[in-house]
Structure formats: C-alpha cells, structure tokens
Design a protein around this ligand. Structure first.
Ligand code: SAM
Length: 312
C-alpha cells in the first residue's frame, strides 16, 4: 500500500505548480485579520534534500524546481522567434513564480538549492501567530520524519501532526472555529480509490463548511478516474453555487514511446492540475501570467502547455 514516498518526487514540475498556487492562495488568505486554519490532508515528510539519495535517484527536481531556478541566469531567447511566453519571461518572472523561488530560497543558504520545503513548511512559513495548521500523514516513516521536522520549528500548538487518514480525519475539524480555512489535498493516488475519495471528501467538507477554500492536486494521465477528478469537482462547485478555478501544467506528451530495442518507454508524469473551489479573486490573473512561463521553462517537448479555467 505505502510504496509512494514523496522524497523521490520533491521539487518536480507537479510540486512547482502545486506550491506556486498554494503560496498565491495563502498570500491572499493571510491578508484578512481573522485567524485562518489550514489543513494539509496528505502532508508528506515536510522537508526534502535535493542532494539526497531519493532525489538523486529520480532526478525529478532537475526538470522542475532546479530548472526553474536556473532560468534567470540563462541568456534570453532571440526576440525574433520568441513566443509571448518567452517575451514575458525576458521581462521578468511572474510575481507568483518569483515569490515561490524566494520562499524556497529562504530554506537554503545563499545560492544553494539543497533543501526543498514540502507543503507543511511552505504553509507554516506564511502563517501568522493566530493561524493554525493541521497536518495528516499516514505513512509510518514519513509521519515520524514530519513530526521530527515540525518539532524543530518550535511552533507549539500552532501546528499539529496527525498520523491519521486525511480524508476521514478532516471531518472532525469542520467547520473551524473562526470559520476561515484552506484545505489542501494532495493524495499520492497510489490507490485507485483515492480519485473517488478526494472528490467525496470535498463534497462532505462543503456540506459541513461551504465557504472554505479547497485546493486539490491531481495528475493528468490517461486514466478515466484521473479525468473524473476536475470534472466532478466542477460539478460539485457549480451545484453549490461556488466559484472555482482549474489550473493545469503539461510538460510533455503522455504517449508511450519505444527505445531502439523496441522496449516501451513510459513518459513519467506528463501533466497535473490544481482545482480550487472558492479561490481568491486575484488567483486567475496571477496564474494567467505565471503558467505560460512555467510551461515554457519546464516544457520538455512541443506538447508543453498550460490552462487556467474558472467559473461560478
Ligand atoms: N503535500 C506534500 C507536499 O506538497 O510536500 C506531498 C504529499 S505526497 C504527494 C502524498 C502523501 O500522502 C504521502 O506522503 C503518503 O504517505 C500520504 N498518504 C497516503 N494516503 C494517505 C491518507 N489516506 N491520509 C494521509 N496521508 C496519506
């Protein structure tokens, strides 16, 4: 059951999308004085080493965060051939991307990129004293590592680590005391049932607390249940009369290829999305500038693209 370890994937293109969107949402939500509760239903280990054994084995960060961080040092592409995205990159990275890079940089000594913060540390960094963070992590090793990492923050009662099923555990906390919350749900989708469970969790949560902000990461892969996630969340939001935003980032084709010996080469994760219910009103414009830049920088073939769709 528990073969997924986020350490292999930390800093990949999906993390870049997810964490850029997460930061943009939190920047907005922490502008209001009222206390905010943030729930991370699938928290992971919290902190990762990009020079560690796991990350180096997969090399996924090289095509994600590390590629992005190298971008400002690159010579700009010749203007004649430049697409709208390359032109906008030459003019400067979108503020939400720069904010993401600055935040990751703050976990590292100057110029080094060894440490990559997972969602728990990104969230905690942006909270005010009055805000709360509840982290669910079921993996025995990762939940222990997460607890040890969080203990170093000396954040006291602000942050709670729960070794519980995040889909179920969330229920007892909704609605939160001050009636302001962000729920981030980032399952590993290791179990096929996760696709249905994440939608059911959002449906149940909205029945308990309709005004919360819900942010769900999902993979875009050729599986019907993966396509169902944004489709069903959209239906849910529309039926409840709530606004929504769906942001996707594709870095390569999802097609299988073959090597010279005829062996099938699987492409790895080609694309992913973030579906947000009750998003901040500022998010769409911010992502419309940022996502084409991410597709341009992180794109691995001509299929690289991004979309930002909203409704409600
Ligand atoms: N959100 C993290 C981040 O952005 O840094 C990464 C999370 S990773 C994609 C998914 C995590 O969920 C894994 O660490 C896995 O062990 C954990 N997990 C799997 N099923 C779970 C469940 N039902 N409840 C809570 N955690 C679960």
């Amino acid at each position: 059951m528990f073969s997924y370890r986020h350490a292999f994937h930390a800093g990949n293109h999906a993390d870049v999308l997810k964490h850029t969107v997460l930061i943009a949402i939190l920047r907005h939500l922490t502008q209001k004085d009222t206390a905010l509760t943030v729930f991370d239903t699938h928290a992971g280990a919290g902190l990762y080493r990009l020079d560690g054994e796991y990350a180096e084995t997969s090399g996924e960060a090289a095509n994600g965060f590390l590629r992005l961080v190298a971008e400002p040092n690159k010579a700009p592409a010749p203007v004649k051939k430049a697409s709208a995205a390359t032109k906008s990159i030459a003019a400067g990275l979108a503020p939400v991307i720069q904010d993401y890079l600055d935040l990751v940089a703050s976990f590292n000594s100057k110029g080094s990129h060894k440490v990559y913060p997972g969602s728990p540390f990104i969230i905690q960094r942006l909270l005010r004293e009055r805000d709360k963070l509840k982290l669910f992590e079921l993996h025995p090793t990762d939940s222990k590592t997460l607890s040890a990492n969080i203990a170093q923050l000396e954040a006291g009662r602000q942050v709670a680590v729960l070794r519980e099923d995040g889909f179920e555990g969330l229920k007892k906390f909704l609605p939160p005391p001050a009636r302001r919350a962000l729920v981030l749900s980032d399952p590993s989708y290791e179990i096929k049932n996760d696709y249905a469970r994440v939608v059911a969790m959002v449906a149940d949560s909205m029945a308990r607390f309709a005004t919360g902000t819900y942010a769900v990461w999902y993979p875009i892969i050729p599986r019907p249940e993966a396509h169902d996630v944004p489709r069903k969340l959209k239906t849910l939001a529309n039926k409840a009369g709530k606004s929504w935003l769906n942001a996707t980032l594709t870095v390569k084709s999802s097609k299988l290829t073959a090597d010279e010996a005829g062996e099938v080469i699987r492409p790895g994760l080609p694309a992913s999305g973030m579906f947000i219910i009750n998003p901040p009103h500022t998010l769409k414009t911010a992502l419309q500038l940022a996502l084409p830049q991410l597709a341009e920088i992180l794109g691995q073939d001509q299929h690289a693209t991004s979309t930002v769709e909203s409704g409600g």
